[in-house]
Design a protein around this ligand. Structure first.
Ligand SMILES: Cc1cc2nc3c(=O)[nH]c(=O)nc-3n(C[C@H](O)[C@H](O)[C@H](O)COP(=O)(O)OP(=O)(O)OC[C@H]3O[C@@H](n4cnc5c(N)ncnc54)[C@H](O)[C@@H]3O)c2cc1C
Length: 500
């Protein structure tokens, strides 16, 4: 994340006077230092039982499970850090926020259980008071619940969400392409479907953008209806069917809580335990599976031989790896045709969370501008307030390539329209653009344009010989989320363990 307020270019040590919040900061620094000190230096081992490609949550979870079953494992990671799309940002004003994945909610049992085992606690997202909705037609409104009380869209929205939930409830989460209407639902984008099925389609599209831009880094026209239905179906678990509300809501939904000390503590704690079984700066360039003998994994730090490989890199990054023999054509087509969402997170830090005094939650939706969706992103102990804007999809297209100063002004203006003039005067501003991350290629997840899931979706998890696939995009529940990453790592590890 980059910070542009010159008052906050202090080194971390300059903040020691800051009190309780810096205790957490030091603990985090110590954890990061321990991970960096513990990872493998020098030559890679000649051979291991399993190589895992990628030290995001999925890869680390897979490695942990394989190791605890008594097999040797090496995680090879392209970056100089662990965590992938999960990255903490330490605020110069005190406290830790997340540049990437942050929120967890009900039915995300696997990430919650893992965090519990690792000693990483959660806290509730602030949700006391009213939300704000900025309509270009009706102006500013305050509301509670999921849908703003805009009479021009209320009925349309209620009916559309009911139908989306009903269709999603029919989809098998592990094989959405097998549903009898899969081809039909995959032939249209969510935007097309909304235009055909709502009266005030422009109003509904604007509202739904405030879900798709942070949730997918995309607009309704860019994502297939089948993909969206699958995403909704995935927003649950084996006993609780997924719903739109569980995906979109704060209380009772996927934005219900966050991790104390930031979500990157989860991969850091996993990495601390794996120690020298992780090699950083070791991007995989080529994976060769001979007919007999071990697989050869070529990395920028040398070659390792393995009996099995788990690839836990994002879809587009997998395409950058040379496979011999080549991946099946269907899987290549799938990876070529999915896209990464375009998303950045912009945070403004304030002396106090002034919106709370006005009875506002800090959650806001706007039909226009840089801040289409805002959240209260506070950190404990500091007393400061933090507002978070997701700038994704067409909002990213509009503002992502502007100068930092211009974007900052647009974001603060967006907060001010929602919460008042005080929003124009933060004590710090910081942002992180995931489209500029070489090893993620965007975020928060891969998105399916129309026509891809029904034709190539079935290749998402099928192993390629002795190479197995992990990563949140391969999960059957909470795909696209940290919970999906954990589940995918567990599943891929089990596939491997069944063969060793
Ligand atoms: C802005 C943003 C907000 C988000 N918000 C949330 C949220 O609130 N809640 C939530 O649950 N999820 C959220 N997510 C999504 C969540 O972060 C991801 O689903 C999850 O972290 C993915 O984990 P993963 O292990 O599958 O993949 P990644 O985290 O992408 O890990 C893959 C790893 O593979 C490495 N790699 C890539 N190519 C190679 C190669 N050739 N060789 C070696 N290594 C390679 C990468 O460097 C990376 O470390 C968000 C994501 C973003 C970007």
């Amino acid at each position: 994340m980059q910070s542009i307020d010159p008052r906050f270019t202090l080194g971390r040590r300059g903040l020691l006077a800051g009190g309780a919040a810096t205790v957490g900061l030091l603990a985090l620094e110590a954890l990061e230092a321990e991970v960096q000190a513990g990872v493998r230096k020098g030559r890679l081992p000649r051979k291991v039982d399993v190589v895992v490609v990628g030290a995001g949550i999925a890869g680390l979870v897979a490695a942990r499970r394989i190791r605890s079953a008594g097999h040797s494992v090496l995680v090879v990671e392209a970056r100089d850090r662990v965590g992938g799309r999960v990255l903490n940002h330490e605020l110069p004003t005190g406290g830790t926020i997340e540049a990437g994945g942050a929120f967890v909610g009900p039915t995300q049992d696997h990430i919650k259980q893992l965090a519990h085992e690792l000693g990483v606690a959660t806290f509730d997202e602030y949700a006391t008071g009213k939300n704000v909705y900025l309509s270009s037609l009706l102006g500013r409104m305050e509301f509670t619940g999921t849908v703003p009380p805009d009479p021009t869209i209320l009925l349309d929205a209620a009916l559309a969400l009911k139908r989306l939930n009903a269709y999603a409830s029919e989809l098998p989460v592990d094989a959405p392409w097998s549903h009898p209407r899969a081809a039909e639902w995959d032939s249209v984008s969510l935007g097309d479907w909304l235009r055909r099925n709502t009266v005030n389609s422009r109003g509904i599209e604007k509202l739904i953008q405030s879900w798709t831009q942070p949730g997918f880094g995309a607009d309704p026209d860019q994502i297939s209806l089948l993909f969206v239905l699958h995403y909704i179906a995935c927003s649950g678990n084996e006993t609780t069917p997924g719903t739109f509300e569980r995906n979109s809501d704060t209380v009772g939904g996927a934005q219900e809580s966050r991790f104390v000390g930031g979500s990157q503590r989860v991969p850091l704690e996993l990495a601390r335990r794996l120690g020298k079984r992780i090699a950083l700066n070791a991007a995989v360039t080529r994976i060769v599976q001979p007919a007999h003998g071990r697989i050869r994994v070529h990395t920028r730090r040398g070659k390792v031989r393995a009996r099995r490989v788990v690839v836990a890199a994002p879809p587009k990054q997998v395409l950058g790896i040379g496979f011999s023999p080549a991946m099946p054509a269907g899987r290549q087509a799938l990876l070529q045709q999915v896209q990464m969402g375009r998303l950045m997170k912009c945070d403004a830090v304030y002396d106090k969370p002034f919106w709370r005094d006005k009875g506002l939650t800090g959650f806001g939706i706007a039909e226009t501008g840089a801040v289409r969706v805002a959240f209260d992103n506070h950190v404990a102990d500091t007393g400061h307030g933090v507002l978070l804007a997701f700038v994704g999809g067409s909002a990213w297209q509009q503002f992502g390539n502007r100068s930092l100063e211009e974007r900052r002004a647009a974001v603060l203006e967006g907060f001010a329209r929602m919460f008042g003039e005080k929003a124009l005067h933060p004590i710090d501003y910081t942002e992180h653009d995931w489209t500029r991350e070489q090893w993620s290629g965007g975020g928060p997840t891969a998105i399916y344009p129309p026509g891809v899931m029904s034709t190539h979706g079935q290749h998402i998890r099928t192993p390629h010989g002795r190479v197995h696939w992990a990563g949140t995009e391969t999960s059957t529940y909470w795909t696209g989320y940290m919970d999906g990453a954990v589940r995918s790592g567990e599943r891929a590890a089990q596939e491997v363990l069944d063969t060793l």
